[in-house]
Write a new protein. Structure first.
Length: 519
């Protein structure tokens, strides 16, 4: 990862701007980059009107390669894992493999530095050549780079009676499982590519932890179990295609709590034969969850330093959490809004009550003056805030009432006797918040700000345990950038979902049965 200058920089003067460029607004700028869910930092770009050029020397480390710049010949070469791309200054084509790709505009030179149109790095041809997927959001000036993978990131959840670890698989990827003595198992994915290596501690009694690693010819998942009596079973699930490994001690509990799946593959069986995957278990009532993406419409919520709107991030979170909750068909899920719509706060809790929600989850992004604060936290309702910061946050979230022509004092007396103020619902919400915070802390690497309480109006009228999740600080430059990463949001939604599962276990809720055909 280096930029090598083979001849003096001053050997070639800056290329003259075209008349069109002279008339356009040209300037130096910086964009932020996220690489494999990690905040990479700022990279230099040159703008001509709406066209963005990436500094060639930045492309090497950004994509894990080397860049060579030959000023006399006007040639730029990018080397990556034994492959090379060559660009010529003032040329608008480049050969990628066997294909000639036309650039949005020719490569240019400014202050003895070569610049390549950023749109080239977003093309499918470059993605296939580099093995990296790139996306760019002009509004927030965020460039996201992720390694192309055929074996997805690890997801793990503790269900009643068993722990499940899953990985999404591309259609062409096969897999095999083998025991590693009494300490665990290893899954191998020949020719599989992972987005990045992972290592995590689970420690729920059934699974100690896991390691996902990339070998030369295969990806591997090694799982450490919680004792010699732990059994495991490998299965393939669909929509999306993924391999799941369930760890358990009592097979009766596994059969009772596990949704039926396709193509069960025995790996290390107990003495008693397992029930066929297509055999349904007794149907149970699904629990209903109302997910509330905060803000919307003419209420943008907090705005990040790059111009990200909280309302947009909240909606993305809500849709991804709903997809996850529905995946195992253990819950019935509804959103208070499915698009960029303004919904009064009172209507959100009313919608949850009409839905008959068992839980109400309001999703938000935090904000602070100065943009220094970072991290996540989970709130439940209290007429008295746990601290001055919580009180200020509640005041900000409740300020949307002004758009409705209301004030908090107007409605406090009306709703103070609402169902949520009953002790049992507040206690349950407190428990749910604590479980979410614990699970989030195991999955994300931003500060854990814990459980707090405040007088959030949106939580008051709901006839069920209700929590408000502040997923990250949109006003923090790194948090804001990472909120634009689907992979980072996935870790947060996993933590919220895992907290819901923990709460469901404590409440004695179980998932409904699903036949193999239904999956």
């Amino acid at each position: 990862m280096r930029f090598l200058l083979l001849l003096p920089l001053l050997a070639l003067p800056p290329a003259a701007a075209t008349p069109a460029q002279d008339k356009a607004v040209a300037r130096w700028d910086q964009v932020s980059a996220i690489v494999s869910d990690r905040y990479y930092g700022s990279v230099s770009v040159y703008r001509v009107a709406d066209r963005v050029y990436l500094d060639a020397k930045e492309a090497g480390p950004l994509y894990g390669g080397q860049v060579y710049w030959y000023p006399v010949s006007g040639k730029v070469q990018i080397n990556l894992r034994g492959k090379a791309l060559q660009f010529l200054v003032d040329s608008d084509t480049v050969q990628v493999g066997e294909k000639i790709v036309k650039l949005e505009a020719p490569v240019i030179v400014r202050t003895s530095r070569a610049f390549i149109p950023l749109t080239f790095f977003l093309t499918p041809e470059f993605s296939a050549w580099a093995g990296m997927e790139s996306s760019y959001r002009a509004g927030t000036r965020l460039l996201s780079v992720e390694r192309r993978s055929s074996v997805g990131s690890v997801r793990w959840f503790s269900y009643p009676g068993f722990t499940r670890i899953t990985l999404e698989l591309a259609p062409e990827i096969s897999y095999g499982a083998s025991g590693r003595g009494v300490g665990g198992l290893e899954l191998s994915f020949p020719l599989g590519r992972i987005p990045s290596s992972e290592m995590s501690t689970i420690g729920d009694g059934l699974v100690s932890g896991y390691t996902l690693s990339q070998g030369r010819n295969a990806a591997k998942l090694a799982v450490r179990v919680g004792g010699p009596d732990v059994k495991w079973r490998v299965q393939e699930l669909s929509q999306p295609r993924r391999v799941a490994v369930d760890f358990y001690r009592d097979e009766e509990m596994l059969s009772a709590g596990l949704p039926a799946v396709q193509a069960a593959i025995p790996a290390r069986m107990s003495a008693k034969p397992a029930k066929p995957a297509s055999s349904p278990v007794a149907a149970r009532v699904a629990r209903r969850i109302m997910i509330d993406p905060g803000h919307g419409g003419n209420d943008p919520g907090a705005i990040g330093p790059r111009g990200s709107y909280e309302k947009d991030v909240n909606l993305a979170f809500a849709q991804e959490l709903a997809e996850l909750l529905r995946q195992e068909k253990a819950f019935e899920v509804k959103l208070t809004r499915e698009d960029d719509t303004f919904i009064p706060l009172a209507e959100r809790s009313q919608m949850a009550n009409e839905f008959g929600a068992d839980l109400f989850i309001s999703l938000h992004c935090n904000a602070s003056k100065g943009g220094r604060d970072s991290g996540f936290e989970v709130y439940f309702l209290s007429e008295k805030a746990s601290d001055p910061e919580a009180e200020q946050l509640a005041a900000f979230e409740n300020s949307v009432l002004e758009l409705e022509g209301k004030t908090v004092p107007d409605i406090s007396a009306e709703l103070i006797l609402g169902e949520l103020t009953k002790t049992e619902n507040i206690n349950a919400a407190s428990e749910l918040a604590g479980l979410m915070v614990r699970q989030l802390g195991q999955r994300v690497d931003i500060p854990n700000r814990g459980v707090r309480q405040a007088a959030f109006y949106v939580l008051r009228g709901t006839h069920a345990p209700a929590v408000l999740v502040e997923t990250a600080y949109i006003t923090h430059h790194r948090d804001e950038a990472r909120l634009g990463s689907r992979r980072f949001r996935r870790k947060l939604t996993d933590g919220i979902y895992a907290g819901i599962l923990d709460f469901a276990k404590r409440q004695g809720w179980t998932a409904p049965a699903v036949t193999a055909d239904a999956r």
